[in-house]
Design a binder for this molecule. Sequence first.
Ligand SMILES: Cc1cc2nc3c(=O)[nH]c(=O)nc-3n(C[C@H](O)[C@H](O)[C@H](O)COP(=O)(O)OP(=O)(O)OC[C@H]3O[C@@H](n4cnc5c(N)ncnc54)[C@H](O)[C@@H]3O)c2cc1C
Length: 510
Amino acid sequence: MEDGLYRIIIVGGGTAGWMAAAGLRRQLEPGDYRITLIESDEIGTVGVGEATLPHIKLFNDMLGLDEAEFMRETQATFKLGIEFCGWDRPGSRYIHPFGAFGEPWGGVEFQHHWLRLQAAGRPVAPLQAYSYAVAAARANAFELPDEDPGSIRSTYSYAYHFDAGRFADYLRRYATARGVDRIEGQVCAIDRDGESGALTAVTLKSGRRIEGDLFVDCTGFRSLLLGGQYGVGWDDWTKWLPCDRALAVPCAHGGDLTPYTRATARPAGWQWRIPLQHRIGNGYIFSSAMLSPEEAHDVLLANLDGAPLTSPKLLRFTPGCREVAWRGNCVAVGLASGFLEPLESTSIYLIQAAVIDLVNLIPTPNSGRRPDPRLADEFNRLNAMQYERVRDFLILHYVANRREGEPFWDHLRAMPIPDSLAHKLALFRARGAVPNYQYGLFARDSWLSVLVGQGITPATYDRLAEGFNLETIAAQLDDFRDRIDAGVAAMSPHGAFVDRYCAMPEATSA
Ligand SMILES: Cc1cc2nc3c(=O)[nH]c(=O)nc-3n(C[C@H](O)[C@H](O)[C@H](O)COP(=O)(O)OP(=O)(O)OC[C@H]3O[C@@H](n4cnc5c(N)ncnc54)[C@H](O)[C@@H]3O)c2cc1C
């Protein structure tokens, strides 16, 4: 404290810890804040978390990262969406694309025109045919989107698949080069102020004591500070999200480099497939009440593209989140604050959102060393809203299934769901209306892709669609599809684009 700097101590050096360190260092004045990160080689990181959402690009841009370099360093590939196989019925498939379906003619959302044409008995293609990102993904094609809003190639965005360990390393190099102090060691004791209860210092196994003003708990599922010290409880959402185990294994490539994540429904959960440059990440997410790890092991290994590169690793989790993420002078980010499950790849996004909110709400140098509880309340409000919105979207995938005769899926179809989701489902069923949030996940087209992809049909559409000439709308839909076809035909194969743009010369199968 001699130099008067505000001391931020981040405990944990996984994706959450290093994203927090990099983001805070980039945004906070080095003349006002000192940032220290403590990580334990002995404990290590969770080692998964490789599929992202398009928002990650905003985070990387905020850090000023060079995209091609970042992708080379993390062995990344591009992701245009997620393919869901068998979630409606066995054999069904659809893509949740990162991009728009059609265009909103006359201020009326696309799906209403599409529904109206169907209701009028006009020949109309499935919804998926009106997404550029779906067509590109199906063709294994990729080019960077066009910034010209008049171009069909401006109607999609993209995210990345990357190696989680390499991502944390990359951010570690970024943050330490910009002045973040890194300390290797295991925290084994935590001091608190006798009067206020605020955290004051952590002590490492080595005996070294590190004092701080604000503590960021990035210790993963352990949540050493917020859960362990403050005793903040965990809201368990297993009743809605029944999968609580994951068996993860990387395997060798066996074919084309696909620009999307795949999520395949299985008898007691689902399997992910995440293609990186040097390997494919795979995992079976399942309910421990319905399946043993041994059974999961057999299913997983029978469904890989290539030879497994390690033995499968079992991970246990309880879907849910902390009652609050910020208490006193401790803020939890990452798995320490919550984890729903890997479906829809939301966890790294939630880290990013928490880091941005923390930057906005962190005490300023002249506002005193203790955080203003009203700012902490605002952080908690935003965080809870994010988690609840993601939760509803994930539950939708499970509840809207027609896999009849399979106990896991039958149970999910019949389970009670949160009122907030019931409301959204009722609106879509009645009028084709989908949520359109200004903040947080998920955007309208995401909801639409899953609702339609899983076989939910609205009774009718927005009456405003009636104001348009049917012939004109039909012609516009055809024209949109023609432009998609022409655009995709001119794209590179994804693998060739990656080779050209960001291939790591000596790709290794780590
Ligand atoms: C099966 C599975 C699949 C997932 N897939 C995705 C995905 O596709 N996309 C996505 O966005 N997210 C995914 N996630 C979530 C993602 O993995 C995490 O959000 C992300 O890795 C962040 O983890 P973390 O940094 O919070 O925790 P961890 O990686 O566990 O890091 C915790 C850190 O705390 C340190 N630590 C712990 N205790 C101490 C101590 N006493 N002293 C010092 N240091 C300590 C550890 O050494 C480590 O550095 C997945 C998660 C799971 C479980």
